[in-house]
Design a protein around this ligand. Structure first.
Ligand SMILES: [Zn+2]
Length: 259
């Protein structure tokens, strides 16, 4: 039964991932999410419901449109899988609780923001600012953070990254990080509390630097390539929500034994 439950949650997550694909493509274009059914971008044929089943249809169709055989990007099932796996992990960690629901939705919106950031180098305010407000409001009822921790999270998250961006600007004389990243980290602080911020900035910087160097060595030798930072903040936030408290208490325990 436990396995069936987990699979059910995973499949619901895949369906949310399918919807995430719709939001990722339609929100920046200003299109409606609900009005029209999905169409093949090449032949414009409507996609039947059975060809829209997350991940499985993509495998069954061998990554091609049924009608025109145009290739379907692997990004679609990747987004579905990411949301599915994060939803499942949230369920395994939090069980049937309101916190599970909040974290699953938090991960869902972080995946959407990450891919919009990849494509357009923007993090929509509707998610980041909306997330700050809702994340702070839910601090009154959720068990993972106090209201003070959430408020400090907004201030430390927003302020901390603002300081990093300012130092970067002073050193490089150009903007490396957008205001969207600052709002994103404030949102993360609102949902996860201020203690999450050092871990998220640290892990995002390390992974971001490694990926950035890899991309730069491939493309140009110059440092001018702008790399979105949002996806690394999002990944750090998801990691902290799932295992960060354990890492943080181990880390603080090393610094201040007996805390
Ligand atoms: Zn087609």
């Amino acid at each position: 039964m436990a396995f069936l439950e987990a699979f059910y949650v995973f499949f619901i997550g895949l369906c949310f991932g399918s919807f995430a694909n719709v939001v990722i493509y339609r929100l920046p274009a200003g299109e409606s999410f609900f009005m029209s059914r999905s169409r093949c971008p090449k032949c414009k044929n409507q996609i039947a419901w059975y060809d829209n089943i997350p991940v499985f249809a993509w495998i069954f169709l061998k990554a091609k449109c049924r009608k025109c055989k145009a290739p379907i990007a692997w990004r679609y099932p990747l987004v579905e899988l990411l949301v599915g796996v994060f939803t499942l992990l949230a369920f395994l960690k939090f069980g049937w609780t309101w916190l599970f629901l909040e974290m699953a939705l938090f991960f869902f919106f972080l995946v959407i923001c990450s891919f919009i950031d990849f494509d357009h180098m923007i993090l929509p305010d509707v998610f980041t600012l909306g997330g700050i407000v809702i994340g702070f409001a839910l601090a009154f009822v959720m068990p993972n953070r106090t209201v003070i921790e959430s408020l400090l999270g907004i201030l430390v998250g927003g302020g901390g990254l603002w300081a990093v961006a300012y130092i970067y600007y002073v050193l490089r004389k150009q903007d490396g990080m957008g205001g969207g990243d600052i709002k994103l980290l404030a949102w993360v602080g609102a949902v996860l509390g201020w203690k999450a911020i050092p871990f998220v900035i640290f892990s995002a910087s390390i992974v971001g630097s490694i990926v950035g160097l890899a991309i730069m060595s491939k493309k140009t030798k110059k440092l001018e390539t702008v790399i979105p930072f949002g996806p690394y903040i999002a990944a750090g936030a998801i990691a902290y929500a799932l295992v960060g408290k354990e890492i943080a208490s181990w880390y603080f325990g090393l610094l201040i034994p007996g805390l």
